[in-house]
Design a protein around this ligand. Structure first.
Ligand code: KG4
Ligand code: ZN
Length: 337
């Protein structure tokens, strides 16, 4: 069965054609990133307009590159949340219109669950079904969940302030680097010493032991930068600061993921979201998984950031809804399908 996936929750207009939930026939991703760069962050109105302008061309290119006719598409899967309300609305309207025009069912997909599903798309040996700890680290979300295939997703903890990707973006801005900050911090930090600066993460009182907080590290970086003000930031200083920040954040995420696996006696860990493109994080996750005999499902780098294939992939496994019942939910929880 061929599923078309439509993802427009943020600045990427992303489409994917996937057969039987795993085999990627084609993907197409355009981003309005350049339009947002002058503002140092995604501007919702600009993102929605870009989706409107890009979607038709993207779809035609996708079908042509896969040599798939519209009539061969069996289902349409679309992100219905969480995300920017206007951007989600454009994707959902497109999905509904195609559903009506092609006479095909439309399936609403939870973006966060799809990020976790992406981890299993390229790992034939690790089945999606069965208990696993799921780590979602993206620009808008940071969460640890207990998951069991389609049986459900239970939130264990989440960020109390900035999402991990957001912290990367803000620290990059402080260091005078470009947007999005994650890849920039990774590039610049590759030449730095991760032990040059010591950043500690706060012990969170109350709440869940799996909650996160990153605003403290961000503020600590800000003070280090301020202390240098006037003298300018040397390339070595920026590289060391980027590497130290990246390494502290990665350790925090990896240790909490490991603690969840240990507490719930689950030897399977899946990670998803844009920050999973980070090589230091991938390296550390791979290392601890090997040390503690945990099966690790990691998406390939292009499937870590927002993409249409993960939406089509998970959509293959979900039931279609009546078009009238399918609405966008900007603050959709990871637990809702
Ligand atoms: O999942 P995603 O593409 O979009 C959301 O759903 O938010 O994640 C985007 C986030 C951005 O904050 C970006 O800085 C971060 O992922 N990111 C990275 C890397 N590549 C993207 N963070 C750290 N290292 C990277 N290599
Ligand atoms: Zn995402």
């Amino acid at each position: 069965m061929i599923v078309l996936g439509i993802e427009t929750s943020c600045d990427e207009t992303a489409l994917g054609l996937v057969e039987d939930g795993r085999k990627i026939l084609a993907t197409q991703t355009a981003s309005s990133l350049k339009l947002h760069q002058p503002y140092g962050g995604v501007v919702p109105e600009i993102a929605s307009r870009a989706h409107v302008e890009l979607l038709t061309y993207e779809l035609e290119t996708l079908l042509a590159s896969a040599k798939v006719a519209a009539s061969q598409v069996d289902q349409i899967a679309v992100t219905y949340g969480p995300g920017l309300a206007g951007s989600l609305a454009v994707g959902l309207a497109a999905a509904k219109a195609l559903g009506i025009a092609w006479g095909k069912p439309v399936i609403g997909v939870n973006h966060l669950q799809a990020h976790l599903y992406a981890a299993f798309m390229t790992q034939g040996e690790i089945p999606f079904e069965g208990p696993a700890i799921g780590l979602v680290v993206s620009g808008g979300h940071t969460a640890l969940v207990r998951m069991d295939g389609l049986k459900g997703f239970k939130l264990l903890g989440q960020t109390l302030d900035d999402a991990v990707g957001e912290a990367f973006d803000k620290v990059a801005k402080l260091l005078g680097l470009g947007f999005p900050g994650g890849p920039e911090i990774e590039r610049v930090g590759a030449g730095g010493n991760p032990k040059a600066f010591r950043f500690t993460t706060p012990k969170i009182k109350g709440g869940s032991p799996y909650d996160f907080s990153f605003s403290g590290i961000k503020t600590a970086v800000m003070y280090k930068v301020k202390a240098k003000e006037g003298g300018g930031l040397s390339a070595d200083f920026v590289a060391d600061l980027a590497a130290s920040f990246e390494s502290s954040v990665v350790e925090e995420i990896v240790m909490k993921s490991l603690a969840a696996c240990s507490q719930f006696r689950i030897r399977r860990l899946a990670a998803g979201g844009g920050v999973v493109a980070n090589r230091r994080l991938r390296g550390r996750l791979t290392q601890v998984a090997s040390d503690f005999k945990i099966d690790l499902a990691l998406p390939e780098i292009p499937l870590s950031t927002d993409n249409g294939a993960m939406i089509a992939g998970l959509g293959f496994r979900l039931k279609a809804r009546l078009l009238s019942e399918l609405t966008t939910v900007a603050d959709l929880s990871v637990e809702m399908s």
